[in-house]
Ligand binder design. Structure first.
Ligand SMILES: C[S@@+](CC[C@H](N)C(=O)[O-])C[C@H]1O[C@@H](n2cnc3c(N)ncnc32)[C@H](O)[C@@H]1O
Length: 357
């Protein structure tokens, strides 16, 4: 897993996954060939800090995920630690940006809108991708923000999209609305399931009352991987005396959930390990867990969260998981919990997992 002294984080059990991709190499080679950036370089969607630590200094790191900030912290050294910005900060007025194109086209748009909002002079954005992931939707988005959009030749199955002549953009992070059960949820672009509430989540919430009668009413609920906060919000409606903690690895999700959840009864943490939540402090954990890491299908993250959920649950508390059936989480969950399959249809399954000791 090691390359140039850098490591993937979160660690993965799949040893075929590399820390540096051909798209990163192409971006770094391109940056080396250019005249020095006069006003510095912003890097975006750099999951492990490969671009921020490999491109000519000074670099500024645009952080989208809590786990990404931890990856940078682990890989950086005292003499090379880029300045970190969030998507909600005013960005420095640089003349160059390097990014990996994310799987979410909406998130790609968020990056371009944030860069366009800060630009006063010339800006060149180089966006790297593996050619097998190419979609013409990237060009539609790129052309909305930049008047000059070109592509380089492919090298090792990677290519760059080069964007210049940016049009001015407003300071707002783009957002949209989704409705569920008579309520409207706001979410920033790039948050999971933009057009409708996720169908697994709808299955969980639709079935909740049919199996939850046997659960003791919770005083403290934890919504892990909360996205726009819809699960936690709907459960607060069902349990009027409960308070909620919600967590997500994505800054855009956290800020969306903060727009949607009642402030007096909830807190939303930008977090990827449940690290800030005390042992045995939660009565009920609910999750529709992540099973992708970018383009990779990856259960390592969700299995880590299930294990942490056991730690934060009180003895006698429950973890409720909704997931695609084919992921077969049950065999994993049985390592830590007493597991009951409470509902399933042809696509999704709901597990009730009891912390017994
Ligand atoms: C399947 S979505 C569910 C979102 C939301 N609960 C819903 O039902 O719409 C999974 C969420 O997991 C988040 N995520 C990924 N890794 C995470 C981690 N280590 N800790 C917390 N959230 C994480 C993603 O940002 C995404 O919002």
């Amino acid at each position: 897993m090691e390359m140039n002294g850098l490591h993937r984080y979160p660690p993965t059990s799949d040893h075929s996954l590399q820390v540096v991709s051909a798209a990163d190499e192409l971006l770094l080679a391109w940056a080396q060939e250019q005249p020095p950036a006069r006003r510095g370089t912003i890097v975006a969607h750099d999951r492990f800090g490969v671009l921020a630590l490999g491109a000519p200094a000074p670099t500024h790191f645009l952080a989208t995920f809590h786990s990404q900030e931890e990856a940078l912290r682990r890989n950086a050294s005292a003499d090379r630690y880029p300045q970190v910005y969030s998507l909600f900060d005013t960005l420095p007025d640089v003349d160059r940006a390097l990014m990996r194109i994310p799987k979410s086209v909406d998130l790609f748009e968020v990056y371009l809108s944030r860069l366009a909002a800060q630009v006063t002079g010339e800006l060149t954005v180089a966006a790297g991708f593996m050619t097998r992931h190419f979609t013409p939707r990237w060009l539609e988005v790129a052309n909305r923000y930049a008047a000059a959009v070109t592509q380089t030749r492919a090298r090792k199955k990677a290519r760059l999209l080069l964007m210049q002549e940016f049009r001015p953009a407003g300071p707002q992070v783009p957002w949209s609305e989704v409705s569920y059960a008579g309520k409207t949820y706001r979410q920033y672009h790039g948050v999971f399931s933009a057009k409708h509430i996720d169908y697994a989540t709808q299955f969980l919430l639709g079935e909740w009352d049919s199996f939850a009668a046997t659960l003791p009413p919770p005083a403290h609920i934890l919504d892990v991987a909360c996205g726009n906060g819809v699960i936690g919000d709907q459960l607060l409606g069902r349990y009027p005396d409960a308070r909620l903690t919600a967590t997500d690895d994505s800054r855009l999700a956290v800020e969306s959930a903060r727009l949607n959840l009642p402030t007096g009864r909830s807190r939303v943490l930008y977090d990827h390990t449940l690290g800030e939540i005390g042992d045995g402090s939660v009565d009920l954990v609910v999750t529709n867990p992540p099973f992708h890491f970018g383009y990779e299908n990856n259960l390592d993250v969700s299995l880590g969260l299930f294990q942490q959920a056991r730690r934060v649950l009180r003895v006698g508390g429950q973890l409720i998981v909704v997931a695609n059936r084919h992921l077969n989480y049950r065999t994993h969950l049985e390592r830590w919990y007493g597991v009951d399959t409470v509902r399933q249809n042809e696509k999704y399954v709901i597990y009730r997992c009891d912390r017994r000791r």
